[in-house]
Ligand binder design. Sequence first.
Ligand code: GLU
Length: 297
Amino acid sequence: MRGRFAPSPTGQLHLGNLRTALVAWLFARSARSEFLVRMDDLDLVTSRRELGAGQLHDLATLGLDWDGEVVWQSERFNRYRTAIQNLAEQGLVYECYCSRREIHQAAQAPNAPIDGAYPGTCRDLTDDQRQRRSADRPPALRLRSPNTTVSFHDELVGPFEAVVDDVVLARNDGTPAYNLAVVVDDAAQGVQQVVRGDDLVSSTPRQIHLASALNVPIPSYAHVALALGPDGSRLAKRHGSVTLADLAAQGTTPNDVLQLLAHSLKLTAPGDHVTLDTLLRRFDPAQISREPWQVFG
Ligand code: GLU
């Protein structure tokens, strides 16, 4: 078995990210699996090498170790292009000239095929139409998908299904899209278990469909409920002291943070004080809290 954690190096890890990392590590290590860390730095504008280095430092501070070299997606664009080429040879790729606004409008129309999904505007353009539209903007690339429902069983969320729309493979500036890169990398790295925040559960059917189209194995999935700020929105830096550095400045040690995370996951009883080793020995995924965590609650 092989598991992984794939943060985006666009800021410091906050308590929610650290909590997901802890769960990913516990899943892998309790099964005596390898555990990889991959930096999701496809977005060259928002990602920073030094932020990634800081995230690795924070993982190590909590005692979460990993195997082998950390992989950076920004160094693997060739692999993603090869995968798009593979899909194109199967006739599954088309150019999409729609702006966000056009997609939003078309997806809201009463006759839109699936609520909120890409309505397929550019799916069957003629050569003429394509030429005309390419004068406005360079195209993104999309996967021609059958718009069928894909279902899977998530180890924490349970059964989940969604209709798969024509997912973006590359943005119109040429950047490979997250859904493509994640599938390509998990397959190339032999990842068999994906553990991540449950904001990505709705993208999983698309990724399963992409994996099938690329003829690579489909990993198992465990989506961890998110950490929330006092206003009920996803935890963020603006909510206060949410990183190891912020907390250390207030006298909260990494060990205190470990207790906080374990307790939030319902892996420990109130007042229980555990080491990472103890958590590992008693790890039972069935115990993990399925509820969002109100960090300041
Ligand atoms: N980079 C994503 C995040 O930080 C996770 C991607 C994944 O695990 O597939 O939310």
